[in-house]
Design a binder for this molecule. Structure first.
Ligand code: HAM
Length: 414
């Protein structure tokens, strides 16, 4: 019987996993340098965790199932709600700010295509406790610095939901319509937006994009909307911190985000060469989500990389992990030297990656295998030499062979 992997999932080869581990380590290395610590939450949660506040966009794409006791559970489609639940259950007494990150698979029943999968990985970060513009700036700068460390080319776009929401609130437009308007802006659905409101200023605002001059342009237009100006000034302050941190950005007042829990600054990172699925990161401030689960008001800000898209963007831009040194293979020159070769392999393994032929191959075949696997050296253990404490070290790149005492091998390796 032939069984294939489910649609929208992938297998990863050992080489692909090495590449992914490298990317994860570089990105999370920067998270750690900012003081963030890794956590993990369950792969499945109670369905309501995500239907309460994540929005229709997420709810419509969830993997929902019933367990044997009839509980409605779902595979997590994202982890921010899980982290807020975990905070409410176990972390609420810890000193703030809480600086947490995760690297986990997420599940969304979407139409698979390049860059969009049903099982995909997010490397995400949540900063829980602080409310000031410095904390928004820190979240953005971790996202920015980590990608820079990889050498990736990308575009960072920042907006603030309080500007559109403030304008609509000051025009007495109800909150549920504001929510729908944000969702239309996120989907670029201008016709839908027009059905909700014909406020001309709204359409001008969401088209504003560019450098810091956007703040002035928006301020001129928003003079009679106090709430929108307050949000705009908050955004201006966040930018002043980003300038100190050397973060380069584009302002885009049309950034809206598909998830419903955002309350303030929002940002997205795009790599345009990726085409339709160019968004490699999304995040923002969500000050009311924790209160929903815990009853206490705790502000928070965070983001998540679409890890698969980051990897694909690196590949597309020809950025590879540094070559590792290549392993060593210890080969008995004849079958009676197997145990001696095994002992040498075991000793060398204390400092290097060392393989030993387990396939009972002849020396010539072991050398072929070593070349195919990209090994840096083969240590050849022959009977006569070994009796004098000597082995042969073959450099697989140059083909050069040298005899040496067993104790000298380590020093001879580059
Ligand atoms: P999100 O924008 O839904 O935000 O997802 C974050 C990133 O995950 C996206 O920018 C995208 O790169 C990637 N992504 C989403 N769906 C797929 C898919 N089907 N296949 C591959 N990659 C995908 C969140 O999930 C929020 N929890 C982010 C956040 C954290 N906000 C605050 N803290």
């Amino acid at each position: 019987m032939k069984i294939e992997k489910p649609r929208g999932t992938r297998d990863f080869t050992a080489e692909e996993m090495e590449e992914r581990d490298y990317v994860e380590n570089v990105l999370s290395g920067v998270f750690k340098a900012y003081g963030y610590k890794k956590i993990r939450t369950p792969t499945f949660e109670h369905m309501e965790l995500f239907t309460l506040k994540s929005g229709d966009e997420i709810s419509a794409h969830m993997y929902v199932f019933e367990d044997k006791k009839g509980r409605k559970l779902c595979l997590r489609p994202e982890e921010t709600a899980s982290v807020c639940r975990m905070f409410s259950e176990t972390l609420r007494m810890q000193a703030k700010p809480l600086k947490l990150y995760y690297f986990d698979p997420m599940f969304r029943y979407e139409e698979p295509q390049k860059g969009r999968y049903r099982e995909f990985w997010q490397l995400g970060l949540e900063l829980i406790g602080p409310k000031g513009p410095e904390s928004d700036a820190e979240a953005i700068s971790v996202a920015y610095d980590s990608l820079k460390k990889l050498g990736l080319g990308f575009r960072l776009e920042i907006g603030h939901l309080g500007i559109v929401k403030g304008l609509l609130a000051d025009r007495n437009i109800a909150e549920d319509i504001q929510k729908k308007a944000i969702s239309c802006i996120d989907k670029n659905d201008h016709a839908g937006l027009r059905k909700l409101t014909d406020e001309p200023l709204l359409f001008e605002l969401i088209a504003l994009k560019g450098g810091k001059e956007v703040i002035g342009k928006a301020e001129d237009r928003l003079k009679d909307s106090k709430k929108a100006v307050a949000a705009l000034m908050e955004l201006k302050e966040i930018l002043s911190y980003l300038d100190v941190l050397g973060v380069e950005y584009t302002l885009n007042l049309g950034v809206a985000r598909g998830l419903e829990y955002y309350t303030g600054m929002v940002f997205e990172i795009r790599v345009p060469d990726l085409g339709a699925q160019s968004q490699i990161c999304g995040g923002g401030r969500y000050d009311n989500l924790i209160e929903l689960f815990s009853g206490i008001s705790v502000p928070a800000v965070g983001f998540a990389y679409g890890f698969d898209r980051v990897s694909e963007a690196l590949q597309m831009q020809g950025i590879k992990r540094p070559e590792d040194k290549g392993g060593i293979i210890v080969a008995p020159a004849s079958p009676e030297m197997k145990k001696e070769a095994m002992k040498i392999a075991s000793d060398l393994r204390k400092t290097r990656v060392v393989g030993y032929d387990l396939m009972d191959r002849k020396l010539g075949k072991i050398l072929e295998y070593a070349a195919e696997r990209g090994a840096a050296y083969v240590v050849i253990v022959g009977r006569k030499d070994y009796s004098e404490g000597v082995v042969t070290l073959r450099n697989m790149l140059s083909g050069e062979q040298r005899e040496m005492k067993i104790g000298e091998i380590e020093k001879a390796l580059i």
